[in-house]
Design a protein around this ligand. Structure first.
Ligand code: ADP
Ligand code: ZN
Ligand code: ZN
Length: 695
C-alpha cells in the first residue's frame, strides 16, 4: 500500500463495501501479495484477542506473528520451478548426445533416474553449470515446469516404541488421551526424571494417529539437540523446529510446513505459539513455569497463557508440564483435580536425591565454598561420580571494593555495581553492558582494591586450586561460540569432565546421568527480595538444580549453602519438597491478595529526567479517579527497584484487581486517555498486563 511517500506491507483484517471516507482520500493497493489469507480465522481471532487483552497495537501483534520475509512483502508460496526430461529427451537424449558431452550426459542420466528436481540439485549432483541445462533445453531434451501444490498430508509411518510406562505415566497418558478432541488444560506435575517427556511422546503418538499436528513449546535455552534427537528418534514424522539459528528463508519454510499440515510436530520457543496449524490436535508447554514464556518488552504476551486461550478456541487439550509448576497453574489444577497428573517418582531405577543444608555461618568458607562442601565433593570424586556446582551469577566477582575508604565500582549509567570479569581484568555492567578497565588502585584514596563475592569464574578458579579433576564452566561468557555448549555437554556425558560449574544454563533441558552431587553455592539471593514472585522463582531454581543429581542408577546428593538455614522457604523445601512450599506460598498469596488470587498490570514510565516518569504516573493515578471500577486499586507510583538503568530513570504504577474482567474494564476506559496527559510526550511508557516482574 502507499503510505505517505512510503510503500508498506499490510494485512487485511476486514472488508467493507461502503465507506464514509471521501473517494479522493482512498488509495488503491499496488499489489495483493498473497491469494490466500496469511492467518486462518482462528489464528486471526487469537491475535486480535491478544492485542485487546495485552493492550498492544493490533498491527504490531499481527506482524510479530509473521515470519520476517512475509513482513517485508514476500509471498507465502514461492512457485517451485523443477526440471524434467521431455518425451523426446527420455527416448533420445542418452542415445544421441555425443560421448564427449560428459556434463550433458550426466544431467540426462540424473533426470532419467530422478523424475524431476530443482536446478540447484541437478547442477550440484552433476557438477555442471546452468548453461549445460539450458543447452539441453534448446535441444528439446529437458523442460522446466512449476510444481503444483498438493494438499495431501503425507501419512506418518513408523514410530519406534518407547519403554513400557510405569503406572503413574500410564494413568497420565490415559487421562490426556481421553480429552483429545475437546478443550482441557492438563498439568503434568512430575519431578525431574519422572518421565514427563515419555508421557508427551506417547500422547503425541495418538494425536499423529488421528491425523493431527502437535505444537510443543519449550523454554529458550532448552531447545537442545538432545531434545530434538529424542523426537526424531521416536517418530518418522516431518518435524518443524523453530529455533533462533534459522535464517529467514528457513523460518518461512518451517512456518509454511506447519501451516500446510506437512510438519506434523512443531517445536519452538515462545513465539512459536503463533505458528499456524492446519490440523491442530494438541499443545504441549514443557517447563511451563519458565520465565522465558513471557515476553518482557514490546508486545508483552505470555505464550503459556495464550496457549490456553488458543486451545480453548480450537477445542483441543493443552498439557503443561513441570517439576515446579507456577502457582497460577497449580491453583487452576486444584480447582479441576481431574486435569492433574502427578508423577511422584523417578522413572526407571533412579532414586530421589538426599538434600541437606550447609550453614555458611558455622563452617570455614574459602572463596564461597564451605569446608563440608569441599569434603563432600572429594568423596564423590573418589567414588567416581560427577559434581555440579550452581551459582546464579556469572563473572568473577559482583563487586570491586576499596577496604581502605569504602569506595566500590558503580556503573555510570545504572544504579548497579559493575561486575569484575576475566579474572579481574574487566568491569562490566550486567544491566546495560557498559565496560570499563579495571583500575589498579582506588580512584579516591589510591589504596589497593579487592574483588568481593563470587561469580562462576572465581568459583572455577577456587576449584582449580582445590581439586585436580578436569572441570568445565558453563555460562553465557564461556559458551559464546556456536556448538561450544553441545561440545562441552558431550564431554560431560562421556565422563571426561568431572566437575561442572555454571549458571541457570545448567538447569534446563540437559540430561546429566553421571552427576551424583549438586551444590547450590548461594541460595540466599532472592530470599529477601521485594518482588512477591521472588520466593517462587527461588524455590523453582533450587528444585530444578537439585533435580540434576543422580538421574541414572547412582544415588544423588544435594547440598544447599546458606546463611539462613532456618528460613521457612528452605526448611519447607527440605521437609516437604516443592509441593509443601507451594501450599504455603499459595496461602500467603491468597491472604495478601496477589495473583493467582488477583490480576495485576504494571504501568511503567522512563525518561532521562528523574521527575518526569513519577509526574506522569502521578497524573495517570489521579486520572483513575474518573474511572472507578469496583475492586480496582492503584499502588504507587514509585521508583523502580533499580531506578536508573542505561541512563534512564524508571518508575512504575501497579494496578491490582480482584479478577480479569474488572481489570480489563478499567484499562479499557483509562489507558486511551494517557497519551493526552501533558507529561506523556516527555516519557516512554508501556503497560504490562499480567506482569511477571515488578521491576
Ligand atoms: P522428564 O521429562 O520428567 O525429566 P524423561 O521423560 O526425560 O523425564 O525421563 C527420564 C529418563 O527416564 C529418560 O532417560 C527416559 O528415557 C527414562 N524413562 C522414562 N520413562 C521410563 C519408563 N517407563 N521406563 C524406563 N525408563 C524410562
Ligand atoms: Zn579507597
Ligand atoms: Zn549499567
Amino acid at each position: 500500500m502507499p503510505f505517505g511517500r512510503r510503500r508498506v506491507v499490510g494485512v487485511v483484517v476486514e472488508g467493507r463495501d461502503q465507506t464514509e471516507v471521501p473517494a479522493n482520500k482512498l488509495r488503491a493497493a499496488f499489489e495483493v501479495v498473497d491469494t490466500e489469507p496469511t492467518f486462518s480465522p482462528d489464528l486471526l481471532a487469537l491475535l486480535t484477542w491478544a492485542a485487546e487483552y495485552y493492550r498492544h497495537p493490533v498491527g504490531e501483534v499481527l506482524t510479530s506473528a509473521m515470519p520476517v520475509l512475509l513482513r517485508s512483502g514476500a509471498p507465502i508460496r514461492e512457485e517451485q520451478i523443477l526440471w524434467r526430461l521431455t518425451a523426446l529427451g527420455r527416448e533420445e537424449a542418452l542415445a544421441k548426445l555425443p560421448a564427449r558431452s560428459i556434463r550433458l550426459r550426466a544431467i540426462a542420466d540424473y533426470l532419467s533416474k530422478n523424475e524431476h528436481a530443482p536446478a540447484s540439485e541437478i547442477l550440484g549432483a552433476t557438477e555442471s553449470p546452468l548453461s549445460a541445462l539450458r543447452n539441453l533445453e534448446e535441444r528439446g531434451f529437458v523442460e522446466q515446469f512449476a510444481r503444483e501444490q498438493t494438499d495431501e498430508i503425507p501419512p506418518v509411518s513408523v514410530m519406534r516404541e518407547g519403554p513400557p510406562l510405569n503406572e503413574a505415566q500410564a494413568a497420565a497418558v490415559e487421562r490426556i488421551q481421553k480429552t483429545l478432541g475437546t478443550f482441557a488444560s492438563h498439568l503434568l506435575y512430575g519431578v525431574t526424571g519422572s518421565g514427563k517427556t515419555e508421557v508427551y511422546l506417547q500422547v503425541i503418538e495418538s494425536v499423529l494417529a488421528r491425523g493431527q499436528q502437535v505444537l510443543v513449546l519449550v523454554p529458550e535455552i532448552a531447545l537442545t539437540p538432545q531434545l530434538i534427537g529424542r523426537f526424531r528418534g521416536r517418530f518418522d514424522a516431518p518435524l518443524a523446529v523453530l529455533h533462533s539459528g534459522l535464517n529467514d528463508t528457513e523460518r518461512l519454510a518451517a512456518w509454511r510446513d506447519a501451516r500446510e499440515g506437512t510438519a506434523r510436530i512443531v517445536i519452538g520457543t515462545r513465539s512459536a505459539i503463533f505458528t499456524p496449524l492446519l490440523h491442530p490436535g494438541l499443545i504441549i508447554i514443557d517447563e511451563e513455569h519458565d520465565a522465558s514464556f513471557k515476553q518482557q518488552d514490546g508486545f508483552r504476551y505470555s505464550a503459556r497463557d495464550l496457549a490456553l486461550v488458543r486451545a480453548q478456541r480450537l477445542g483441543i487439550p493443552v498439557v503443561l508440564g513441570s517439576a515446579t509448576p507456577s502457582l497460577e497453574t497449580l491453583a487452576r489444577a486444584r480447582k479441576q483435580p481431574e486435569t492433574l497428573s502427578h508423577l511422584p517418582y523417578r522413572a526407571g531405577s533412579a532414586k530421589p536425591p538426599q538434600v541437606a543444608l550447609v550453614d555458611l555461618r558455622k563452617h570455614g568458607v574459602t572463596q564461597g565454598i564451605a569446608t563440608p562442601t569441599v569434603m563432600t565433593i572429594q568423596r564423590h570424586l573418589d567414588a567416581g561420580g560427577q559434581v555440579m556446582l550452581f551459582i546464579n551469577r556469572r563473572g568473577y566477582a559482583p563487586v570491586l571494593f576499596c577496604p581502605n575508604c569504602g569506595w566500590s565500582a558503580h556503573c555510570r549509567r545504572c544504579d548497579a555495581h559493575l561486575t569484575v570479569h576475566a579474572r579481574g581484568r574487566d568491569l562490566i555492567c550486567h544491566h546495560c553492558g557498559s565496560q570499563e578497565n579495571l583500575p589498579n588502585e582506588c580512584p579516591t584514596c589510591f589504596a589497593d582494591v579487592k574483588p568481593v563475592g563470587q561469580g562462576t569464574e572465581r568459583i572455577e578458579e577456587a576449584l582449580q586450586q582445590l581439586f585436580t579433576a578436569p572441570m568445565a564452566r558453563i555460562d553465557r561468557d564461556s559458551m559464546r561460540r556456536k556448538g561450544e555448549l553441545e561440545e562441552t555437554l558431550a564431554r560431560v556425558n562421556r565422563g571426561e569432565i568431572r566437575i561442572l560449574v555454571g549458571t541457570q544454563m545448567l538447569t534446563k533441558g540437559h540430561d546429566f546421568p553421571k552427576v551424583t552431587l549438586v551444590v547450590v553455592l548461594n541460595a540466599d539471593q532472592g530470599l529477601f527480595s521485594t518482588d512477591f514472585r521472588a520466593p517462587e522463582r527461588l524455590a523453582q531454581t533450587i528444585v530444578q538444580v537439585a533435580g540434576r543429581a543422580g538421574r541414572a542408577d547412582r544415588p544423588g546428593e544435594v547440598l544447599i549453602q546458606t546463611e539462613y538455614p532456618e528460613h521457612p522457604l528452605l526448611t519447607l523445601l527440605l521437609t516437604g519438597g516443592y509441593a509443601a512450599f507451594a501450599d504455603g506460598a499459595l496461602t500467603e498469596r491468597e491472604q495478601s491478595g496477589w495473583p493467582p488470587f488477583a490480576r495485576i498490570a504494571l504501568l511503567r514510565a522512563e525518561a532521562t529526567d528523574q521527575q518526569a516518569p513519577l509526574k506522569f504516573l502521578q497524573d495517570a493515578h489521579d486520572l483513575a479517579v474518573d474511572f472507578p471500577v469496583r475492586g480496582v486499586k492503584l499502588l504507587g507510583p514509585a521508583p523502580a527497584p533499580m531506578e536508573r538503568r542505561a541512563g534512564r530513570f524508571r518508575a512504575q504504577l501497579l494496578i491490582r484487581a480482584p479478577s480479569h474482567s474488572p481489570l480489563q474494564k478499567f484499562l479499557g476506559g483509562w489507558l486511551p486517555l494517557l497519551p493526552m496527559l501533558p507529561e506523556a510526550r516527555r516519557v516512554r511508557w508501556s503497560i504490562d498486563v499480567d506482569a511477571a516482574e515488578l521491576s
